[in-house]
Ligand binder design. Structure first.
Ligand code: ATP
Length: 230
């Protein structure tokens, strides 16, 4: 069976700087994989290569068996990787309807995803009135419009307050229970412990450790990247 995510010796250089080096990353169907590393480790660059937004210097990146840029590469994939371009003066619902129109998705689906991310009550309010947590959840709703089997989320709780973080983490777990595969990046060890099944630690562009979350005992390399506040 093809893997949701599979990279082979994936490498990205900018000039002389190697940002991602020989990365072999495999995400299994149905798992929540946490890509853990401090700022600048190369997480965003890796996710952007998977999505075809950044071209690898060498190596390969496959999503559901397909290479970036090939037809249908992103079929079945939902992503939250950068502040999505929502219109501030449109409501959350109307913003999703614009995206749904382009994605050829019906209004029922818009209502369903708003419900999933717990925004149904505020769906009629302007996007500009939304908190950061609500904006992130609307971004997730947009990623869910086409009912993807795989979700790629770049630091989905970044900048959120504790309640917003808790909501987002619970939501990700709920989406995983529905059978979706999730690849998410984080710089918080506590977060991947709560949310993920397996974790890979990226340091200076290299995968230096990979373990099921249950085996994340104290000590060792993994603590090095733990957020001191966590
Ligand atoms: P963050 O949490 O800050 O997003 P990250 O682990 O996602 O961290 P990346 O954003 O992938 O890290 O960046 C890894 C390194 O690559 C950083 O040192 C960054 O400065 C560098 N980098 C990223 N994009 C470019 C670019 N377009 N040109 C040059 N260097 C870049």
């Amino acid at each position: 069976m093809e893997k949701p995510v599979e990279t082979r010796r994936l490498t990205k250089r900018y000039g002389r700087t190697v940002v991602v080096r020989d990365l072999d990353l495999t995400v299994e169907p149905g798992e929540v994989y946490g890509f853990l590393g401090p700022n600048g480790a190369g997480k965003t660059t890796t996710l952007r290569m998977l999505l075809g937004l950044v071209r690898p210097t060498s190596g390969s990146a496959l999503l559901r068996g397909r290479q970036p840029g090939t037809g249908g590469h992103l079929d079945g994939v939902g992503a939250l990787v950068e502040g999505p371009a929502f219109y501030p003066y449109l409501s959350g619902r109307d913003n999703l309807r614009v995206l749904a129109h382009h994605a050829k998705v019906g209004r029922k689906r818009v209502a369903a995803v708003l419900d999933t991310v717990d925004l149904a009550d505020r769906a009629g309010d302007r996007y500009s009135t939304y908190s950061l947590g609500m904006r992130q959840r609307l971004g997730l709703a947009a990623a869910l419009l086409k009912d993807p089997a795989l979700l790629i989320l770049d630091e989905p709780t970044n900048g959120l307050d504790p309640a917003g973080m808790a909501d987002m983490r619970a939501l990700i777990r709920a989406l995983a229970r529905e059978g979706r595969t999730v690849l998410l990046s984080s710089h918080l060890l506590g977060e991947v412990e709560q949310v993920c099944d397996r974790v890979g630690v990226l340091s200076h562009g290299e995968l230096i450790a990979e373990k099921p979350v249950g085996e994340l005992a104290s000590g060792g390399t993994l603590r090095v990247v733990a957020d001191p506040a966590d």
